[in-house]
Design a protein around this ligand. Structure first.
Ligand code: HEM
Length: 204
């Protein structure tokens, strides 16, 4: 779980940072997208790692959720020792929404089979595609809500990685949890800034 989670958490950081080029200029984001597509080896290498990590992450996540359920059914819940939080308890649900979001997102911006917002998805013009895509308000709100759930999922997921690595002892627990929360918010707010900027007319 920790390894696949790390790969996926690293991917979202890279993807979010790249997307922020929207605020630089249309040329900057389009040049970045063109560069990615031109480097076929890098693109397909990253896609392969991403696809394998996603499937492995879902598989291990299902096992873990089933084990947790069995453990709860087997005896009285002990919240004091489990230290359950909203984020930890809702991991399977936030995970399912993020998966649904990812499928929608691929159909929307990668395969471009969802033309909501009457967008003319000009080939190679990612800037225009994002503005058109988020001009459809329900789509922009769906992205924003999904990113908030991604924040919840990451806040528990990243602190679990610290736990697996054996770093999350009593002394470091609250600091590492704070770091995980900060990471989750940076990712979520970075992504949210784009649909929000289109909704408010800051990006057009
Ligand atoms: C506001 C948030 C987001 C925006 C604006 C955005 C934007 C984009 C765009 C424009 C592409 C297509 C790039 C191209 O074909 O040139 C893309 C692809 C992709 N996005 Fe996002 N994205 C967002 C959030 C996310 C999140 C949260 C995830 C993961 C959970 C994600 C996963 C992906 C994946 C897997 C691809 C396909 C990459 C490939 O071509 O292999 N995106 N995104």
């Amino acid at each position: 779980m920790a390894l696949t989670g790390l790969v996926l958490a690293g991917f979202v950081l890279g993807h979010m940072t790249g997307n922020l080029l929207m605020f630089k200029s249309s040329e900057a984001i389009n040049a970045y997208a063109a560069w990615l597509h031109a480097n076929k080896g890098l693109l397909w290498g990253a896609r392969t790692v991403l696809i394998l990590s996603t499937f492995a992450h879902i598989w291990v996540g299902i096992q873990l959720a089933l084990e947790n359920r069995a453990a709860r059914d087997g005896g009285p819940a002990d919240d004091a020792t489990r230290r359950a939080t909203i984020a930890s308890r809702t991991m399977p649900y936030s995970g399912v929404v993020i998966l649904g979001f990812a499928i929608f997102h691929l159909l929307h911006f990668t395969f471009r089979t969802i033309a909501l917002g009457g967008a003319t998805f000009a080939e190679g013009d990612v800037y225009k595609m994002l503005i058109a895509g988020f001009s459809c308000k329900p789509v922009a709100y769906f992205y924003i809500i999904s990113m908030l759930l991604l924040c919840l999922h990451l806040s528990h997921g990243v602190s679990s990685v610290f736990q697996t690595l054996g770093l999350r002892n009593e002394r470091w627990r609250s600091r590492l949890d704070g770091l995980a929360l900060a990471y989750a918010w940076i990712i979520a707010l970075g992504f949210i800034s784009i649909p929000l900027a289109v909704l408010t007319g800051c990006l057009k």
